[in-house]
Design a protein around this ligand. Structure first.
Ligand SMILES: [Zn+2]
Length: 202
C-alpha cells in the first residue's frame, strides 16, 4: 500500500544516463520502482550524492516536504535519478510543436527581436506555406503581428527582412516534455541550456 502527497506519484523525475546527461523524464512512481529494482539510483539535489533504495529510504523527510509513504517507510520524492547501467538509447529529438517553437525562439520575434507577449506572436513560415514551404524547425519562426503582416506571402529576401539567426532544430531537453510551471528547480544543474530563460520568464 503506497500513499503519497497529492499528485506526487504522477509528477516527473528527470532521468540521467550513466554519464549524467539528461535523457528522459519519467513519473515519480516509475522512478521509485526503478530505484527499488536497483536499475537506477536517486540523486540528492543539493549534494549530488547518489543513493540506492535503502540509503534513500533512510533520509529524513522534512516537515511539509512532499513524500511517498508505505506501511513502514516514508520516502523523499526522487527528483533526479541516474541509471545504474549503460543505456545506449540516443537522446530523443525535440518534438516540433507550437509550445516548443515558442521555447526555442524565447518568445521573441525572429525578425525585429521584440518580445511583445505570446498572444502577439505568430508562427511564420520563412518560405511561405502557400508556395510549398514546410512546417518544420528549419522553416518556422516566431514573428510579431506587424512583422508577419509586412512579410506577408514573401520570402525574407523578397520582403527585404532578415532573420536574427537561421532556424534550426533545437536540442532535446527534458523541459520540452513537462508542462510550463512543472519543471523542478533540482533539474537545473543537469540541464544546461538557454531554454531556462524562456521557461522562467514566461
Ligand atoms: Zn517583429
Amino acid at each position: 500500500m503506497i500513499e503519497a502527497t497529492a499528485g506526487v506519484l504522477s509528477d516527473q523525475t528527470l532521468v540521467l544516463n550513466k554519464s549524467w546527461a539528461a535523457i528522459a523524464t519519467t513519473s515519480v512512481r516509475e522512478a521509485l520502482s526503478m530505484l527499488f529494482a536497483g536499475t537506477a539510483r536517486a540523486v540528492e539535489p543539493e549534494t549530488y550524492q547518489i543513493h540506492g533504495f535503502d540509503s534513500w529510504a533512510s533520509l529524513a523527510v522534512e516537515a511539509g516536504e512532499p513524500c511517498v509513504r508505505t506501511v513502514s517507510l516514508e520516502l523523499r520524492v526522487p527528483e533526479v535519478i541516474v541509471l545504474a547501467r549503460f543505456n545506449g538509447k540516443p537522446r530523443p529529438r525535440a518534438a516540433f510543436s507550437r509550445r516548443n517553437l515558442f521555447r526555442r525562439d524565447h518568445n521573441r520575434c525572429q525578425y525585429c527581436g521584440q518580445r511583445p507577449g505570446t498572444s502577439e506572436l505568430t508562427i511564420d513560415h520563412v518560405h511561405p506555406r502557400s508556395r510549398g514551404g514546410a512546417s518544420s524547425w528549419e522553416n518556422c519562426v516566431l514573428a510579431c503581428v506587424p512583422c508577419n503582416r509586412r512579410k506577408a506571402n514573401r520570402t525574407p529576401s523578397e520582403a527585404r527582412m532578415s532573420l536574427l539567426s537561421p532556424p534550426r532544430e533545437p536540442e532535446w531537453t527534458p523541459i520540452m516534455e513537462v508542462p510550463v510551471g512543472r519543471v523542478r528547480q533540482a533539474w537545473r544543474a543537469f540541464v544546461s541550456d538557454a531554454y531556462w530563460n524562456a521557461e522562467l520568464q514566461p
